[in-house]
Design a protein around this ligand. Structure first.
Ligand code: MSP
Length: 653
């Protein structure tokens, strides 16, 4: 049976810049689609912008531009956000496009033909912020439950017979327990329906920024009817080729295709998606999506994010400062998809430095470093791999695979990642317990081959399994390993032994550089230059005592480096010219004043301490890219060396 998977994000209002809430659903949707694509499904990812309605019309008026100009201006940043976060959508729908308006009109005609639309007068409360109607008893302290203000509206309107669909919706929930998820949200929807549904107004007559309704002059479609229809208008409407391909239909299931359509949304727009939308579809005679999954909300360190509070997290800023992959990883790993979470940069840095740099990045660095060192980067023969440590590693790989698959079926992104990190940690332990450096010393070449093979094979599996979440870094790693793009599939992780022996691997810079803690903010604003002098005694005192702040020390980037080659400096007797592997794509050249104490040949293979962020300087005609730590002087000078098997590039702190 072949499978199609259609995933949608909400379409975003074009009244503000994208923030973390928008980024969250979009990147979750992207990871979900990438996961299913990895598993061989025919996938389609939809996102876009919601451009009609009173909210947008008012925002445009305030900005002194036409609603269309306003929509154009604010739609683009949502596309840019997707590009910045590697959200690889297949279509980006805008509700002001003609292709969409035609399908809204078609929905209207179908619902009317079903006898579900009638004309009346709407009298009640309307919240522009929510674009939603409220009854008197739904208000909280005279406002919408969201806190938005409401206004009294009295106008002629067309109504939809939502009341008719209560029993059908309940029957659908009974027959499809996974239709609304998480379960708590499903219960919430059920309770709401059981209280009895009222008919809803689905047209507005006192403004015109919307889709005109067929045969009803002066009316535009209620913005939620308009917006929800995007999920099928992007597929070309109910008769489109894409619709037949991706939307769940009984007919296609008969011919061996299983369709899965999932709407990812935030918890605040559940009612529209889990009650209105299925009822509209039922009325229009169309099948329902497979699932509506409502996720929780991010707060900023426990405070609600809002433009007015000025504490909104900007996804562009996060991607610039931490990298798109790391930001994606954090949002999906830190909290359960479905519950609320407090965003904090400290927690983000901890995840980067812990899970990504220490666990994943370091594993890559060690494995490839050893493969370079002991086998010149060539993948050895696989061997029999039947030792105890090998069995543990192999079992961890199949657990990671199975665990991730199961968790992704439940949209439990954090559990899927935890399952994959089970393998990352098993692979790190495998390195420690097989200790290739000891095997090298003892000359046990057969076992060293086996151990190195299994390490690099674990990287292949980890690289493939992390592709949906870390699209850039995972593929970069797989490029280093030389894994054929056609082999980067979930299926290819089922087999241990996918790395071809004899393949030559590459190794670039650290996959996930560590993030330094932010510099402590100055206690008081920086003094004006004239005032600075007055403060001189304090800093002079600090200088005298030689005491520096911790922040000053962390400015020095000390890293482990390995001497690959050494020779006499062409123009200076005192200096040696060294070539170092500092865990980067290119080796570095460093000139060191140690010629009186060391013969060049003695240095090759030594692991030394490099000041890696020193500005490069020409020393007697040779550009030196850093400095080595050493004790003593002249003929007594001794290089500071690093014992044990620490991979080049590892930070010394
Ligand atoms: N236009 C409607 C959706 C129509 S879908 C047919 C809309 N747009 S929105 O731009 O206001 O919000 C889009 C999404 O962002 C919603 O799913 C909402 O839950 C989500 N979030 C807004 N703030 C959020 C957080 N602080 N945290 C997580 N998600 C949040 O609603």
């Amino acid at each position: 049976m072949s499978r199609t998977v259609y995933v949608t994000s909400p379409i975003y209002y074009v009244n503000a810049a994208p923030h973390i809430g928008h980024a969250y659903t979009s990147l979750a949707a992207d990871s979900l689609v990438r996961w299913h694509a990895l598993c061989g499904a025919d996938t389609f990812l939809l996102t876009g912008t919601d451009e009609h309605g009173l909210k947008i019309a008012q925002a445009a008026r305030k900005a002194g531009v036409t609603p269309q100009a306003h929509a154009d201006r604010y739609s683009k940043p949502f596309r840019d956000m997707c590009d910045r976060l590697d959200v690889a959508y297949d279509d980006f729908i805008r509700t002001t496009q003609d292709r969409h308006k035609a399908v809204v009109a078609e929905m209207w005609r179908r619902m009317k033909a079903a006898g579900d639309i009638y004309e009346s007068v709407y009298e009640g409360w309307y919240s522009v912020g929510d674009e939603a109607y409220f009854t008197e008893d739904e208000l909280v302290d005279g406002k919408a439950p969201s806190g938005h203000t409401v206004e009294w509206v009295e106008e002629p309107s067309y109504f939809f017979r939502l009341s008719k669909y209560g029993p059908k919706l309940l029957a659908h929930l009974d027959a499809h327990p996974a239709f609304v998820q998480p379960q708590s949200r499903s219960n919430e929807v059920r309770r709401f329906i059981e209280q009895g549904l009222n008919d809803i107004s689905i047209s507005r007559a006192n403004f015109d920024w919307g889709v005109p309704i067929p045969d009803a002059e002066g009316h535009v479609a209620y913005v939620w009817l308009d917006a929800l229809t995007n999920y099928i208008s992007a597929l070309g409407g109910p008769v489109g080729e894409r619709f037949a391909r991706y939307w769940p239909t009984a007919a296609a299931d008969d011919v061996g295709v299983e369709h899965h359509a999932v709407h990812l949304i935030g918890k605040d727009i559940l009612r529209f998606h889990a009650i209105y939308w299925p009822a509209f579809l039922m009325s229009a005679g169309l099948p329902l999506p497979s699932q509506v999954f409502a996720h929780g909300w991010w707060t900023n360190e426990d405070a609600k994010m809002s433009k007015t509070a000025g504490n909104v997290i900007d996804p562009f800023d996060m991607a610039d400062r931490y990298g798109a992959d790391a930001f994606r990883y954090f949002l999906l790993r830190e909290i359960t998809f479905g519950t609320d979470g407090a965003f904090s940069e400290t927690a983000l840095r901890n995840r980067i430095n812990g899970d990504l740099a220490n666990d994943y990045g370091n594993l890559v660095n060690r494995t490839l470093g050893m493969l370079m060192r002991y086998r010149k980067g060539v993948v050895p023969a696989r061997g029999t791999s039947d030792k105890e440590h090998d069995a543990i590693l192999l079992a961890a790989a199949s657990q990671a695979r199975a665990g991730a698959e199961q968790a992704m079926g439940d949209l439990a992104f954090n559990q899927a990642l935890a399952a994959i990190w089970g393998l990352v940690s098993a692979a790190n332990k495998y390195v420690d317990s097989t200790a290739p450096w000891k095997l090298d010393k003892s000359g046990d070449d057969g076992r060293l081959d086996e151990a190195l093979y299994n390490q690099v094979e674990a990287l292949r599996v980890i690289g493939i399994l992390t592709r949906p979440f870390l699209p850039q870094k995972a593929d970069l790693l797989l490029d280093w390993l030389g894994v054929d793009p056609a082999e980067r599939t979930f299926e290819a992780t089922a087999r241990w032994g996918g790395m071809p022996s004899g393949a030559k691997v590459k190794k670039g810079k650290a996959l996930f550089p560590r993030i330094d803690p932010p510099k402590a903010a100055p206690a008081a604003p920086a003094p004006a230059p004239a005032e600075k002098k007055k403060e001189a005694p304090v800093s002079a005192k600090a200088e005298e005592s030689g005491v520096i702040e911790f922040g000053d020390f962390t400015k020095v980037e000390l890293r482990v480096a390995k001497v690959i080659a050494a020779e006499a400096h062409p123009n200076a007797d005192r200096l040696l010219k060294l070539t170092l592997d500092a865990g980067e794509a290119e080796p570095r050249t460093v000139c060191a004043g140690i010629a009186a104490a060391y013969a060049p040949a003695d240095l090759v293979g030594r692991t030394v301490a490099l000041v890696a962020n020193l500005a490069p300087r020409k020393l007697r005609g040779v550009m030196s890219q850093g400095m080595l730590l050493a004790a003593g002087e002249g003929a007594d000078v001794q290089l500071v060396t690093v014992p044990g098997d620490i991979a080049p590039g590892t930070r010394i702190s």
